[in-house]
Design a protein around this ligand. Structure first.
Ligand code: GLA
Length: 747
């Protein structure tokens, strides 16, 4: 009876929606809007089937979360919705697909049309990849093929939504479910695929995802952003078939700052689609062929701990790296410059290292500082798996990035930590309580030995609570065992993340600073008992407060912001706003960490890796700011897929030298003039580094010299990205929106 009533209700709702919500733009079909469905908590895959008997299910309003309708909140499990809908025949020429738009789902969902999966957001705990939240896409547009999903036009069809919730409210909320036929031209999209490897070019791709072939005209313009001149323009007639993108490559000079605009005009509908993209541009000059030392001339180690240090030297290979006055207890490999050994006696050990190849010779006077509080002399540089692989990290992926770190020359520029984040842990501990890696890491010891052999260091991830942020085993109650295991494996870095420790504070109703410090200090005591150095990186608590107490638990770095994303909003909030006034908490060996880098191909393990959403200008700003902030420089992308542009961002020796400056002073915001922010830090050689940023939404013409925060006349103003001293004329320039200029000023 109830079912009959609901079916009638849907048909009526559909008809009403047809009458009221006529979509006029773009030739779209009428939309059916549905706000009521059937609901059941639990999980059974047969509930996706159109023919199953759902007459005993409860009625639910899909525009409100289930806990707002009498179903239990904090129901941390699966629930299903079933929506019966009569789909009328379309009045358009587009009959091969329909769109099912479902509202925000808290927090993971799979959507089935007549029993066929048509889309999902996030990933279910039961899936191979494990649980990953889907809250990032507020609305979900799923496409169902009419034939593939056996849609019966004019009859009852079933949309079944499997939802999973962890924490707080659950289920669909904030809008109705909509079903409609898209117009043919909606299947057309433009993709601008900028390829900065080999001969730089941008592929303009016109893609048609629907069945109807369309024809149109493509116009492309390439504009120089500095001069406004049109560098190239072309126009082409194109036919776009389903599954066969029309591709037009546009070649450009990567030393120019250009915008590419592509406009497609559809012949039949007259619809115009335009996309503009800022193209990648390279500012960093190529490395010279002769050897050049790119690292700070210092490394710190505790007395008796193994030394693992790879000299970062660029230049053509083969190269010989040698030292005639190497202190006793140390060893240096000639072909790749790996320093190893141990020194028991505290003190400063200075020696000269020489690098030589067919093109020349370079030397570096280097000091190994041996002492109790000597590790982390400069902010750590390396890679972390999280921003690209999320919980899908595996040994194979780690090796691929580590090998690429060497092959692509990043190790020659000082990147030397290879850190895995969450997702490596086995489900259960060994009978003796020790932690184990899961099946994705067949040999943790083998992996770490492999890295150490190449002079790279290895970082691992855990937390003081029962579970990590990704729901894996963490260290609560097993801190000593875990520290011992890290030593046995050869771990050099621990990221210790707050996550579920919050539950312990709830349990004990203990909210003071001491409740934060206690678990972190506990782990550090056990780490310190191990006969090796483990850089101690503290995760975020409540977003931004760790810097207030990180030093009391002997941390080497601490997060000063919540998780970053690859958007301007995130870089602006995490990098600019949340770092203001924090330089006082940073010192040599104890760094503020505004989170990992979001340049290159990222993805957090959610589907395919994708190009960062930051524009090239924003990426220059990101790296400029992070180096000024004396931040950890942990690359967050897949290095194996890194292109020339990203390498140019990460391997500028003058830019990196500011991050690694031995004075270790983090920059402060020293001036704000409308949209322009000036951040500056003093450097060990008496000069200052100055970042001049445009954080506004339009370009600004500026005179850089008015933003140099010093009374003394400058002897030289150097553009560190371009690695050249600027003439007085060149100081007047345009800083594009979200862009910056990076200067080193000597007096
Ligand atoms: C937190 C951290 C991230 C990452 C994840 C892993 O969100 O801030 O950097 O380590 O946990 O689950």
């Amino acid at each position: 009876m109830k079912k009959l009533f609901i079916a009638a209700f849907f048909i009526l709702t559909g008809l009403l929606a047809n009458a009221q919500k006529r979509i006029t733009e773009d030739n779209a079909s009428e939309k059916i809007s549905i706000s009521k469905g059937l609901f059941k908590q639990g999980d059974d895959m047969t509930w996706a089937e159109p023919g199953m008997d759902d007459s005993s299910w409860d009625e639910i309003d899909v525009t409100k979360c289930w806990d707002q309708q009498g179903f239990p909140a904090y129901y941390n499990s699966y629930a299903w919705y079933r929506i019966h809908v009569k789909i009328p025949k379309s009045n358009t020429d587009q009959q091969n697909v329909i769109i099912v738009k479902i509202p925000k789902v808290d927090d993971v969902d799979e959507c089935y049309m007549n029993g066929r999966l048509i889309g999902s957001s996030g990933s279910m705990p039961s899936s191979a990849d494990g649980y990953a939240t889907g809250v990032f896409a507020p609305e979900r547009y799923y496409e169902a093929g009419i034939k593939e999903t056996c849609i019966r036009l004019g009859e009852d069809n079933v949309i079944a939504i499997r939802a999973y919730n962890r924490g707080g409210s659950g289920g669909m909320c904030e809008d109705s479910v909509h079903v409609y036929f898209p117009p043919a031209v909606d299947g057309i999209s433009l993709r601008l695929n900028d390829i900065s490897t080999g001969q730089h070019h941008c592929n303009v791709e016109i893609v048609n995802k629907y069945a109807t072939m369309t024809k149109g005209e493509l116009e492309i313009t390439l504009t120089d952003r500095e001069t406004g001149a049109v560098v190239k323009s072309l126009s082409k007639k194109v036919t776009v078939k389903r599954g066969k993108p029309a591709v037009v490559p546009v070649y450009y000079d990567s030393d120019k700052m250009c915008n590419l605009t592509a406009t497609y005009t559809d012949t039949k509908f007259g619809k115009v689609i335009t996309e503009t993209k800022q193209l990648k541009y390279i500012l960093t000059p190529p490395d010279p062929a002769a050897p050049r030392f790119n690292g700070a001339p210092v490394f710190g180690v505790r007395p008796g701990s193994p030394v693992i240090y790879r000299f970062p030297v660029s230049g053509e290979r083969p190269m010989k790296i040698t030292c005639s006055d190497l202190p006793e207890g140390l060893d240096l490999t000639e072909n790749d410059g790996v320093l190893s050994g141990r020194i028991v006696q505290a003190g400063n050990y200075t020696f000269t290292v020489t690098a030589e190849n067919a093109n020349g010779k370079a030397t570096q006077e280097f000091t190994l500082k041996v002492g109790d509080d000597m590790i982390g002399q400069t902010p750590p540089m390396g890679w972390n798996s999280w921003n690209c692989w999320g919980l899908t990290i595996s040994q194979e992926k780690v090796i691929a990035s580590a090998q690429a770190l060497i092959d692509k020359g990043l190790a020659d520029h000082g990147y030397n930590y290879i850190n895995i984040d969450d997702g490596w842990e086995a489900d259960v501990r060994n009978p003796d309580g020790s932690i184990e890696a899961n099946e994705k890491f067949p040999s943790m010891k083998g992996l770490i030995d492999w890295l150490h052999d190449r002079g790279l260091k290895f970082g691992i991830y855990s937390g003081p609570g029962e579970t990590t942020c990704g729901g894996y085993l963490a260290s609560l109650g097993y801190e000593k065992k875990d520290a011992e295991k890290y030593n046995e494996w050869g771990v050099d870095y621990l990221k210790y993340d707050w996550c579920s420790y919050e539950n312990e504070r709830h349990k004990n109703n203990d909210w003071g600073f001491s409740s934060c410090i206690r678990p972190y200090l506990l782990m550090q005591q056990f780490l310190r008992q191990q006969p090796r150095d483990i850089f101690y990186s503290l995760g975020p608590l409540g977003g931004t407060q760790v810097h207030l107490w990180g030093l009391y638990c002997d941390g080497n770095s601490w997060r000063t912001a919540p998780d970053i994303e690859d958007t301007w909003e995130a870089v602006y909030s995490v990098g600019f706003r949340l770092q203001e006034g924090k330089s006082q908490y940073s010192s040599v060996g104890h760094w503020n960490d505004p989170d990992m880098l979001v340049v290159g191909k990222v993805g957090w393990g959610r589907g395919e890796l994708r190009e960062t959403r930051l524009t090239p200008d924003e990426q220059y700003t990101h790296i400029t700011l992070w180096t000024l902030l004396a931040s950890n420089m942990l690359i967050g992308c897949d290095i194996a897929k890194m292109d020339d542009f990203t390498l140019n961002l990460l391997c500028n020796n003058e830019v990196n030298a500011i991050n690694q400056d031995m004075l270790g002073k983090q920059a402060d915001l020293v001036l704000k003039d409308g949209d322009i922010e000036v951040w500056s830090r003093p450097l060990a050689d008496g000069s200052i580094a100055v970042g001049i940023f445009n954080v506004g939404e339009k370009d600004h013409l500026v005179d850089l010299k008015t933003y140099i925060p010093s009374e003394s006349p400058a002897k030289a103003v150097r553009d560190v990205w371009r690695q050249k001293d600027l003439t007085p004329d060149e100081l007047v320039c345009t800083i594009p929106l979200h862009g910056c200029r990076y200067l080193k000023v000597t007096f």
